[in-house]
Write a protein that binds this ligand. Sequence first.
Ligand code: SF4
Ligand code: SF4
Length: 478
Amino acid sequence: MSQLSWPISTFFRGAELEETGHGFVESLVAWAKSSLGGKGFAHGIHPPENKDDTRDLAIEPFPLPELLTIPLAQHIGKPSKPVVGKGDKVTRGQLIAEPDGFMSVAIHAPVSGVIRKIAPAPNIKGKMEPAFFLQPDEDASQEMPAQERFDYQTATPAEIIAAIQQAGIVGLGGAAFPTHAKIKVPEGKSADTLLINGAECEPYLTTDHRVMLEHADDVMTGIEYLLKACGAKQAIIAVEANKEDAAETLRAAIRPGRPVTVEVLPVKYPQGAEKMLAKSVLGREVPAGGLPIDVGIVCVNVGTTANVGRLLPHRLGLYERVVTVGGPGVKRKGNFRIAIGTTLRFILETVGTEEDISTVVMGGPMMGNAASSLDIPITKGSTGVIAMTQQQTGVMIDRKEYPCITCGACVDACPMFLNPSQLGLLSKNGRFDTMASDYHLMACFECGCCSYVCPSKIPLVERFRVAKAAIRSGGGKR
Ligand code: SF4
Ligand code: SF4
């Protein structure tokens, strides 16, 4: 497998172009459609969905590995603080790390077993970070002890926010932003709408789709907790038109008299980005540098919502999640409920792979990263494990970058109305400060649309990540 760690949207488009001829022309059509008005947001693209292999496969439990690697840093914010150490026996669901400040959440043991060590392990970016190494005890009961119930009807908003933090719930759509921090409305602001994000616009991924079909009642319970916590008067669940069955299931699950509606949106990438969703559903523009709460919206992923509804009433912690395992390199594709800490190596050995696997992507192909090692574990933010074959990645491995021909396709695709072409030229010259000050680099949320449409195969989003990292570390001037 290649030892790479980069966003793969450039290669993804190249591979699809060879197979389907999609790309530049499609993006122009998308732009034309969005510019003609109607529901939706401007710009964006229509990459091939590649969801057919797994969309109809029900969620299955996944076997446990012989050793789990559970990172202390699984979310945006401060890593969690261990409360157990080497040699300690833990039971399934037990708290093993507590929040270290407000922007931090708890971690719970995915299985009963023994903490073998706390030591550095590779994360998706290739960086070594502290992790628990937990060895399951085959003879131990994996039964969860019953807890006193926690009811949204009697709990206060502050108690719900604290319970979500203690349950270790973060954004399961990939962002891994602590959910309790998102639903705590800042002083001076208010939320009128809870927007539940079921767009799942990334190709290949079908986890949210299956959760909506199989756990609609948990979604409704989660909505009750979230509505009370953020004070919004209505909830809207946004689903793309390629998941009509999920929309119907959710509509049927709405409890009588509750202010919950389901909105079906045209399929378009990156509709699942919060700002795009706010525009598509409510026609509200989130200001540059702002958040949905600035326009009265709290936006929560639908998988996250289902976990709030599934875990909170029983005071349980988040120690497993649904992951799509797919891509052309995987033999037994599926949507699996996988313990946090299960490595890519164990997952791929279990499902079986084609011989010419070249790249394993964590997340979707547009915003995900190629894994730098198979020792990387599933974390709370892992939406997918997508294995590509050499036939597909040949486009990437041999990729030759051509000069910018100023075709403007990237400008037409960018949903943030940035100028990726100009940003790309500036990044090549190391003018990172100018990218930020004059061309709003920090408004780029790395959706990969520009890389996808670029006929010159310029890895634009990869460059923007490098530039942002340089600016954040104080190396903006070069
Ligand atoms: S510049 Fe950023 S936000 Fe715009 S298309 Fe490229 S990756 Fe997406
Ligand atoms: S970077 Fe240049 S060649 Fe690539 S899409 Fe933008 S304008 Fe076209």
